[in-house]
Design a protein around this ligand. Structure first.
Ligand SMILES: Cc1cc2nc3c(=O)[nH]c(=O)nc-3n(C[C@H](O)[C@H](O)[C@H](O)COP(=O)(O)OP(=O)(O)OC[C@H]3O[C@@H](n4cnc5c(N)ncnc54)[C@H](O)[C@@H]3O)c2cc1C
Length: 393
């Protein structure tokens, strides 16, 4: 029985599903074999088609040039985007809503970075993690020292996703000196600022056109107006950002699992071993049955969390719910990918096979935007502070 999605969400689902199936999926193997790259004209076509169907700045209000979609509509779209490997779904401008909230009071920031970002003319990347600080963000060593109307930034940042496609960083540092010494602060830093240096671009498990390089920032001077939010208070919106991203990951993991179940089911029906399709073997059926059951649970959790956000859910409760959705969906997708590889047998170990690619690609969903262990800490914290009823009843 289909989930009772509102007609507009259902329309988005169908539109994006067709786009992913017809335009993106056919290029997966080519991308995989070329380190994630596709010919520029193909990339350009994907971006153009995405725009034509309305994929842009999904959570940004219409009056600012965004699509103005509800959380549920965004989740439904993300689920479809999650069905394609090699991050080929990263072909539309996805300005995060936190940017608008954080920068709304600064015309300069809105005009210089946020509005161009919404229009798809500028692209950001996040320079937060460091060699010694990932889960424990408070351990960052990066510093920001105020000198009159300028901040001097220093630090080394790891895993800066999409830096090769971006033109500015969101750089996180601790304030050195002043009344808010030790507080965290975010800054817009243009990539061509003197003192910004690309150290290296490590290889990762997946084959994506978007890289995750390491950057050094040495005495980078930025105007004080590049600081996001007030001194000592600029980090408040990061929890909004985490919720947004974690729910998106949960949705994409559901999409990946759906595709894997479809592909593994089709293969199981056609693959003959010992005289009959492996679909008729209970050992294979059990793997598919467990996968479908877990996908349903993850999807219900993800949709319901989005619906509650749209209904104005308490932010703290929502924080724990998004952590639960991300935790469960990412671990579910990992199990589904593992079973899909098993069902495909030797083919499942070939890079041209969707199960092999997802088996590697989905692994990071248990790491980035907070590891599974960190999600569990958030959930337990929510349980102790607010109680079960506030979180899941
Ligand atoms: C592909 C990729 C892209 C990324 N993109 C970005 C990006 O764009 N910008 C950015 O800033 N960062 C990015 N990251 C960094 C990512 O957010 C971190 O890797 C992640 O938060 C984990 O931090 P860490 O790697 O330092 O691991 P650590 O924090 O060192 O953790 C190591 C292990 O210890 C566990 N652990 C840590 N603390 C606890 C605890 N209290 N209780 C129990 N277990 C614990 C962790 O769960 C993990 O298993 C990216 C990472 C990857 C792999």
């Amino acid at each position: 029985m289909p989930y009772p999605l509102p007609p507009q969400a259902r329309a988005w689902q169908e539109k994006v599903r067709r786009f992913v199936r017809e335009e993106l999926i056919p290029h997966e193997v080519e991308a995989e074999m070329n380190g994630g790259e596709l010919p520029p004209e193909v990339r350009a076509r994907h971006r153009r088609r995405a725009r034509e169907i309305g994929l842009r700045a999904l959570g940004i209000p219409k009056e600012l040039g965004g699509a103005g979609l509800s959380s549920l509509e965004q989740v439904v779209i993300q689920e479809e985007i999650g069905k394609v490997t090699n991050a080929l779904g990263w072909c539309y401008d996805s300005t995060p809503p936190w940017m608008v909230e954080a920068c709304a009071s600064s015309d300069y920031q809105m005009e210089t970075w946020v509005r161009p970002n919404i229009r798809g003319e500028r692209h950001e990347c996040y320079a937060i993690s460091e060699a010694g600080a990932g889960s424990d963000v408070d351990a960052i060593q990066a510093t920001a020292r105020r000198e009159g109307e300028v901040y001097v930034l220093n630090g080394e940042k790891w895993h800066v996703t999409s830096a090769n496609h971006a033109d500015h960083f969101i750089f996180q540092a601790k304030l050195e000196g002043g009344p808010h010494a030790g507080a965290h602060c975010l800054f817009f830093v243009d990539m061509d600022s003197p003192g910004v240096r690309l150290l290296r671009t490590p290889a990762y498990s997946h084959s994506y056109a978007a890289h995750h390089p390491i950057y050094r920032f040495e005495d980078v001077r930025v105007p004080a107006r590049n600081r996001i939010g007030p001194e000592g208070g600029g980090m408040e919106f990061t929890h909004d950002w985490f919720r947004y991203e974690r729910l998106g990951i949960a949705a994409r993991c559901c999409g990946a699992a759906q595709r894997l179940i479809d592909e593994a089911t089709a293969f199981a029906r056609s693959r003959i071993a010992f005289g009959k399709p492996i679909a008729e073997r209970q050992a294979v059926q059990v793997m598919l049955a467990d996968s479908l059951t877990e996908l349903w649970a993850a999807r219900l959790m993800t949709y319901r969390t989005a619906e509650e956000i749209d209904a104005g859910a308490d932010r703290k409760a929502s924080h724990a719910q998004c952590a639960m959705a991300k935790l469960y969906a990412s671990e579910m997708a990992g199990r589904v990918a593992d079973r899909a590889v098993q069902i495909f047998g030797g083919r499942g170990y070939m890079r041209e096979n969707v199960a092999e690619r997802f088996y590697r690609e989905l692994r990071v969903d248990r790491i980035w935007e907070g590891t599974s262990e960190i999600q569990r800490l958030i959930i337990a914290n929510g349980l102790f502070k607010r109680g079960q009823a506030a979180l899941i009843e």
